[in-house]
Ligand binder design. Sequence first.
Ligand code: NAD
Length: 487
Amino acid sequence: MEIVENLCDITIFGGHGDLAFRKLMPAFYHLCNDKYLNSESRIITVARQNMSRSEHIDLIKVKLQEFLTKKDFNELQFEQFSKKLHVVEIDFDDEKSYKNLQSLLEEYPDRERVNYLSTSPSFYGSICKSLSKFELITSQSRVVLEKPIGRDLKSSRKINVEVLKYFQESQIYRIDHYLGKDTVQNIMALRFSNRLFMPLWDSSNIDHVQITVSESVGVEGRWGYYDEYGAMRDMIQNHLMQLLCLVAMEPPCSLEADSVRDEKVKVLRSLRLMSPADIEQKTVRAQYSAGSSEGGPVPGYLEGEGMSESTTETFAALRVDIDNWRWNGVPFYLRSGKRMRGRNSEIVIQFKNVPHSIFANKGSCISENKLVISLQPKESIQLKLMNKIPGLSDQMRLQQVDLELNTPLQTTHKPDAYERLLLDVIRSNPTLFMRLDEVEAAWKWADVILEGWAENIVSMKSYSAGLDGPSAAMQLIARDGRSWHDE
Ligand code: NAD
């Protein structure tokens, strides 16, 4: 069946950058193959250097072959896709160069327009201003902003205010690619379509929640970027906070964008702001030292390109408290780090134990039920339950078993998070994008911790590359009589 999606011109600013080559073009290629792009829609790359259309198409082909699996790249399909590809030369610092884009867009003045700003956020204001000056923003235009939007509340506000001079809030799509993952959306499906979880999802039944996003890689040649941000700004303030919101939010009254976002912002506003004593006891920041990763030796963070003076954390762990009725007394433990033992992103909801065990004297202990939502490397959902070990033993022996809640995908290709999110932008559906008040509430909470760290309220710890992070992170959770879920 032919799917007819909105007809639009999609312009990628920074279209010859890493994100555009690695994520955006492969996502558009798949959307095109799966007929999720209107056959007339165009993808316009904004490049800094002069390049003919055929040179650009050749370059995109090389990049797709690099970033798609062999099985996913197909010459015939690429030929179809290439018909959509256009390139224009623009230097953001030279306003006149926007004329090139104007000529192309004005061929179809009534088309919807998506502007994807895949550049440094320092250009967001000037790009929007130039688009406005050349009258390229219509009521049908949207703008997609990549993270990180600022490095604290003040700088984030400055960037947002600039963009808001030219676009309405409803036209702004602040992307957090974690929200495009199927399993992340499944958190809402699981919570709000299964009565089973409804009475269990609160402080009476949940002991605590853990959210981990660990990477085995280091900064991968992005020193300049990473050292300005670190784990708190790069991961926790946005990705982990969004995951926390989906776990903690109240049922929205519908799946409409603002209903969902209203509930998320309530969670963010309920985060307990940390006092200096809290920062000392409930936060850990650390940098990795030399160790080994993926079978080979790797240098420590401070041994990288001129980083010997850096005070940027490559790991952060925190105990977060949410001050509302549902979550009173239920800690959320968050941690994220680079150069960890493995690449692993998961949410663990740990339920309380049964009030009394009738099996305790029979040689069996009962492990708490856990709902484990894995996002990376594999997307899966497991419910860990206790079960009897089969057999005729006179003792009732128990074991923990996993109930797998995964639904196999009906299609051969599993869509990447960017495909879902790009399609939502094309369809004008902002549900999975962050609203301004969400971004600001998350910064307000994070700023307090970042300021405390800047004042050295808690010292920088160290951990060996390739292991599980600093011992202080184990102590953080052990102090509460709990441990990280590291299987
Ligand atoms: P990049 O440095 O690889 O690409 C930036 C692009 O902007 C390049 O094509 C460059 O030529 C262009 N550019 C820079 N100055 C310009 C100018 N004056 N005029 C015209 N073009 C200019 O960066 P990236 O890694 O692709 O990241 C883009 C954005 O996406 C950033 O905001 C980044 O934080 C965000 N992001 C990137 C990733 C990733 O995996 N790369 C992940 C999440 C978010």
